[in-house]
Every structure is written in C-alpha cells, then in structure tokens.
Design a protein around this ligand. Sequence first.
Ligand SMILES: [Mg+2]
Length: 115
Amino acid sequence: MLVDDSTSIRNLLKNSLIGQYNIIEAEHGKDALAKLPGQNIDMFLLDVNMPEMDGISLLAELRKTPAHKSTPILMLTTETKEELRQKGRELGASGWIVKPCEPDKLLAAIQKLLS
Ligand SMILES: [Mg+2]
C-alpha cells in the first residue's frame, strides 16, 4: 500500500514499481485505514507529511494492529530531521528513504524488505 497526499508522487512511484507489485493507493492515514479491511498488505510505503493523519501517526496505528505488527513499513519522505527519523525508528518503521530518490534505490529497498 502506497500512502502519499501527492498525486504526482503516487503516480511516479506507481510507474516505477508497476508490473512488479499490485499497489493500493491512499491519500493520507485515515484513507489508508479505511482501505485496509479485507486487504492482504505485504508492505507499506508511507509519506510523513499528509493532511488528516500523517505518516508517523499511521505508522503508530499500524504497529498497534496485530496483522501489521511486523509488516515492512518504509517511510518515504522529504523529512531529514533526525528527531523524526528517531521517532519513526522507535515506532517500528522498517526503513526511511528521503525523497526524491532513484527508482532503483527504492526498488532495492523494497526487495530487501520483502525478502
Ligand atoms: Mg506529503
């Protein structure tokens, strides 16, 4: 599942990952939680800065959900603040990638987390 409030970033990511993975898109944390029931999610890609519910809050919610206690969650953000990264780590983020990033680098990170 790909959660980002920017349509252009979602499209960009989708286009670089398409064909390899089925992607469910969501615009923000609340939208993601609403779309979760009945879905079998292998991995989450989360933006941090989003309206309604940000990526850090969504990360915390997902880790409280038994089904996603250990699902890989990759944070994909323009945020480079160490405190925020630290918070992500404490909440159980599997990785932190700073946007914009090379599609190859992202793909490698995803493949590593799914292996
Ligand atoms: Mg954003």
